[in-house]
Design a protein around this ligand. Structure first.
Ligand code: ZN
Length: 292
């Protein structure tokens, strides 16, 4: 799923192409995409794009007359920038936003249609905001309050869109690796200093990766948007050596989601129980890095 850095790369590519331009119209091909009916899709025709921004992991096009087009790519949704009037591909195509400068095509790979589009006024916009704060803006006190609001694991807390904006599984893994904290540690167990350091680390990791993603895009348009990158430390690196300590990166799979971590850097050498694997292996399951 595209997270904060990838969405920022899309925004950086979209601004010079459509900011200030009139949206001629939206062609919607997938019925499941559009989740709103008032204002109707025709209401966007001829409205100028006054701004582009991110709401969590969503892309927001602010239009004249307080109309907002809010797009959530979910896991497999992607944007493409094509010539004006480009056709919408039959299988993967969801919608096309038409500008005189080009076509912003929305596609989704796979059989499941999860991506969403909301066309809303100011009031409707407030209703789809999950409420997470931007880590770049939040102060240490509010971060700590939100962070400790409910007792959960660090991984779940960081990826809660009601608390923090734009962080998914990939960057939660990277942040916790940089912070040398276990993903299954409970948020209530962290000291004040640890919470403050986690905020600093989170900001740094998101800033670094935003710069990487935007830099790689350059003047072009993002084409290979994935949650993986060769320079990541742990995310998607199961079995590979940790770039810091050399220990093999581990994973926990639960509910189809994978968490990656380094036992050397994050868990004091402990291998965390992976329910699916540990059930199979029982006593053979290694408990520490040494046994592995
Ligand atoms: Zn390590």
């Amino acid at each position: 799923m595209p997270e904060l850095p990838e969405i920022e790369a899309y925004l950086a590519a979209l601004r010079p192409r459509i900011e200030g331009e009139a949206l001629d119209g939206i062609r919607v091909q997938s019925f499941s995409l559009l989740r709103t009916f008032d204002p109707p899709v025709d209401a966007v025709a001829g409205k100028r794009v006054t701004g582009l921004r991110r709401l969590g992991k969503r892309v927001v096009l602010d239009l004249e007359d307080d109309i907002h087009v809010v797009i959530h790519l979910m896991i497999a949704g992607r944007f493409k920038w094509l010539d004006p009037g480009a056709a919408i591909p039959k299988r993967r195509g969801l919608a096309a936003l038409d500008f005189a400068t080009g076509t912003l095509l929305l596609t989704e790979a796979g059989a499941k249609r999860r991506a969403t589009m909301h066309i809303v006024d100011d009031q409707g916009f407030a209703g789809i905001d999950p409420g997470g704060v931007e880590l770049a803006d939040v102060d240490a006190v509010e971060f700590a309050e939100r962070f400790r609001g409910e007792r959960h694991t660090l991984k779940r807390t960081l990826t809660d869109a009601r608390l923090f904006s734009g962080i998914g599984g990939a960057f939660a893994d990277e942040i916790l690796w940089h912070a040398r904290l276990s993903p299954t540690q409970m948020n209530t167990n962290l000291s004040d200093d640890e919470v403050e350091r986690l905020l600093d680390t989170s900001r740094r990791v998101l800033e670094e990766w935003t710069a990487i993603r935007v830099g790689e895009t350059g003047d072009g348009f993002p084409t290979k948007v994935t949650a993986f990158h060769p320079d990541m430390g742990v995310h998607g690196k199961y079995g590979e050596p940790c770039p810091v300590c050399g220990a093999p990166i581990q994973r926990i799979v639960s509910g189809g989601r994978e968490t990656n971590y380094c036992p050397g850097c994050q868990t004091g050498g402990k291998i965390l129980a992976d329910r699916s694997l540990s059930r199979l292996l029982k006593d053979d399951w290694p408990k520490t890095l040494d046994e592995l």
